[in-house]
Ligand binder design. Structure first.
Ligand SMILES: NC(=O)c1ccc[n+]([C@@H]2O[C@H](COP(=O)([O-])OP(=O)(O)OC[C@H]3O[C@@H](n4cnc5c(N)ncnc54)[C@H](O)[C@@H]3O)[C@@H](O)[C@H]2O)c1
Ligand SMILES: [Fe+2]
Length: 399
């Protein structure tokens, strides 16, 4: 009965989906495309911007090209660089205050998913100054135009530059949740691979696995469309062919460019087709122990795919074919198994562990509850799991 309720709920969203505004960001793409941004902002009449970033980005000097360009065009800016990994409500409130004090006209999220999501949170607060972040948790609670929102990803993972989501953490309750609204799809995104060249190997690997998780969860879910499936397939292929190279040879610009594209495509796929239990569980690890999001997904992904069993054999077999790890004689179940094995191997090759040693037994009941409520009834997962199943999964991923 509960499963039927979930499926009806998901069907309602799938039926309504074609009527939503699935705008795509205007893209500036390619090597050094960042320098095209300031003249474009000028052209659009945006004279002052809040730049949301983090200390890591500033310390490697990544921001300088942008700041020089803005100064060159006489565009005022103010920088908020206090964003933490798994950005908090406090981050958003501080940056929002800065936005108001300096009377900006646009917001730039510059960094990985954390600064981009923090920028989206500020955009939501500008659109709805009377509504707190917790009040905007969930689906379609913003519904008012935001100021111009620009995303400049420096990791190739979250795809946040293409999505409706801002994933926020509450530092007091350790809850991590999404605000999902079409107004939070950025208006403009800059995909400049030069920005990802200095990404350290362990962040390259884990953020890349986040993108892979988006592509796979969207592909095996029940709300995919022809377009999202195509994006997922392209992303999976690009990731299997480029992630290890980007990890082991960070200066390979082709591999960097392909990972950036894959991350964007996976974002386009999952923003419409949703994610699944991998993300629901990963968010609890981020909220409780600040485990980096990509690392959490990388570890959890093979366990959940195995747990889904037969329900995912067909789509995983299709992805295995695309990656080129099957033979014509392989049965569907064998192809699916090979695909999961290939994910485990990729993790091993990139030194990603296969369990969490931070996971505490006493936290499990709350984590199970939160993961359950995040995923059900919203995520159109291939197989609906109950709390007992989730508990089993937490036991498996615990060191
Ligand atoms: N909105 C969405 O659709 C969406 C989707 C998936 C994940 N997320 C969220 O995004 C966040 C994770 O983002 P992330 O994985 O991109 O990591 P991140 O933004 O947290 O950054 C991780 C670290 O990498 C550093 N870094 C980033 N780019 C760098 C570069 N080019 N060179 C050197 N260092 C660099 C940062 O300073 C930081 O220390 C999580 O909160 C996650 O929940 C959002
Ligand atoms: Fe993710």
């Amino acid at each position: 009965m509960y499963n039927l309720y979930c499926r009806m709920y998901q069907l309602a969203y799938k039926t309504a989906a074609p009527f939503f505004n699935w705008k795509k960001p205007e893209l500036l793409e390619g090597e050094n495309s960042l320098i095209k941004l300031p003249p474009l902002l000028k052209l659009k009449g945006i004279g002052s911007v809040l730049i949301v970033t983090d200390k890591g980005i500033v310390s490697v000097g990544l921001l300088e090209r942008l700041l020089d360009g803005l100064e060159g065009k006489g565009i005022d800016y103010v920088v908020y660089d206090e964003t933490v990994q798994n950005p908090t409500i406090d981050n958003i409130e501080e940056a929002f205050l800065l936005y108001k004090e300096t009377q900006c006209h646009g917001i730039i999220g510059f960094g990985g998913g954390s600064p981009i999501d923090c920028a989206k949170g500020v955009a939501a607060r500008v659109a709805r100054p009377g509504k707190t972040i917790p009040k905007m948790k969930g689906q379609l609670k913003v519904r008012k135009p935001t100021p111009p929102l620009i995303a400049i990803p420096t990791t190739s993972g979250t795809g946040s530059e293409a999505t409706v989501a801002a994933v926020i953490s509450n530092s007091e309750t350790h809850e991590k949740y999404a605000i999902n609204d079409h107004v939070l799809i950025p208006d403009l995104a800059v995909l400049d691979p030069l920005l990802t060249m200095k990404l350290p190997a362990h962040i390259t690997s884990t953020t890349g696995m986040d993108a892979l998780t988006h592509a796979i969860e969207a592909y095996i879910g029940r709300s995919n469309t022809e377009e999202t499936s195509q994006c997922s397939k392209e992303a999976v292929q690009l990731i299997f062919h480029n992630l290890y190279e980007a990890y082991s040879n960070g200066s390979n610009i082709e591999a960097r460019k392909n990972m950036q594209k894959a991350s964007y495509l996976a974002g386009v796929a999952f923003t419409r087709a949703y994610v699944g239990y991998v993300h629901a569980i990963a968010h609890t690890l981020g909220g409780f122990y600040s485990v980096p999001h990509g690392l959490a997904n990388a570890i959890i992904l093979p366990y959940v795919l195995e747990y889904y069993g037969e329900s995912v054999h067909q789509p995983l077999a299709e992805l295995a074919d695309i990656v080129g790890i099957t033979t014509v004689d392989d049965a569907t179940s064998l192809k699916a198994k090979k695909f999961i094995e290939a994910i485990k191997k990729l993790n091993r090759d990139m030194n990603i562990p296969n369990t969490f040693d931070c996971l505490m037994e006493q936290d499990l009941p709350i984590m199970v509850d939160r993961a359950f409520r995040e995923a059900n009834p919203l995520y159109p997962v291939p197989k609906i799991l109950d709390k007992h199943d989730l508990f089993n999964l937490y036991k498996m991923i615990k060191a």
